[in-house]
Design a protein around this ligand. Sequence first.
Ligand code: HEM
Length: 445
Amino acid sequence: MMESRSSCPHQDLGGRFDPLDLRDPFPALAHAQAQQPVFYSPAIDYWVVTRHADIKAIFRDHHRYSAANTITPIVPFSDAVKRLLAVGDYTPEPVLSNNVPPGHTRIRSLVNRLFTPRRMNSFAPVIRQIARDAVAQLGSPPVDIVPALTYTFPAQVLFAVLGVPEADVPQVKAWASSRIKLYYGRPSAEEQLKMTADLVPFWRYVVALVADKAQSPGDDLTSDLIRMRADDDHVLSLNEIASCMITLLVAGHETTTAQLSNALLHLLGNPPQSPHQDGGRQRQAESRQDLPPNDLGGPRGVDHSLWQSLCQQPALIPQALEEMMRYDPSVCAWRRLSLVPSSIGGVDIPAGANLLLMLNAANRDPALFPEPDVICLTRDNLKDQLAFGYGIHYCVGAPLARLEMRILLETLLAELPSLRLVAGQEFNYTRNISFRGPLSLWVSW
Ligand code: HEM
């Protein structure tokens, strides 16, 4: 006899939710937050957590909720994939994102010293030059600004900072996006093998890079890390440095590429979409109708984008970027592993359960952010947004991400004040659970 699905509303919610469909996750998440803030998703065998308070409490409690599963493939590796990795001497180890104390504490305390705001600021002139050159090379409008700018700029910056040859940007970007699909998407067996075939040369590349820097160090963060180890494996081994490098060569640009694309999409004003493509924003536009217009993010039409407000008041750029990270964080969800039985939002969670923490839902939790679907540059609690995580794993690259995004926006506003979105385009997103950014964004000026 068939079981009636409607008899269990919790199961219904989890059954309908597709965690890999990132086209417009916001209406479903708002519904879940109000009706069933913690629910089970059979599609990926994860418990999905949507409220800000629950997510922050989980991030804070690394004794009960470990980060060990943050780079676990959603589709477990097949035996063929495992063989390919073994033959390829693929030996990265947990160092940062999926490491736990005390190993994480040891490595993180060293890596923290690389990414201080002061050290990052010393790279500001280089970053500004990269931004100017990139904007100057945009060509004639209309331009798809993702491949033309936001795809490469963060990698060019990161490579300058880490001392990696700029000529390798296209290859590393291709490897990194393959790695994201492998770990955070749902590849077929054939795709999984193909993506794994990319992992092996990527790993060999970082091993060779670290060996190179150990031989001839420079004025860059990779060399700084090698100097810190002072030839002592107890401080940091070369394999751990290579593992940090492969992490940084994914986390350090794919995130920022997507965040910049999200920010430009919203700051330039989003032309109306069909309900299928953009139901959430349509709902948002409707809910804004009775609000008074203002210069800092109240209801606006295509003619009065936030872009113009920022042109007039560039001092608002840092605040605008924080609001963009709240409104549409590029790392839309992150993971934790429950180590002991616990209760989250009143739901019993067993030990060993995987948790998917919806950062994009937390950042639109009305308990903390009034009118969460409205972009507003005058919010006074943006420090509470969780786009960079929270606690011991808080994004180590946040100072670099903030600096480079600010510089690129300043450059674009100065050089292309009339920048606008081309109307009538569709926005597509890679199917995966964690990284959200439009794959193309046509602009004109
Ligand atoms: C806007 C861009 C970025 C966003 C939205 C972002 C977001 C995040 C998030 C959500 C986490 C997980 C935090 C947690 O588990 O509590 C994280 C961790 C991390 N991020 Fe970022 N990130 C960005 C840019 C960068 C950059 C530029 C770098 C490096 C240059 C970087 C390197 C890392 C690393 C290494 C970790 C792991 C830290 C640890 O586990 O101790 N990220 N990031």
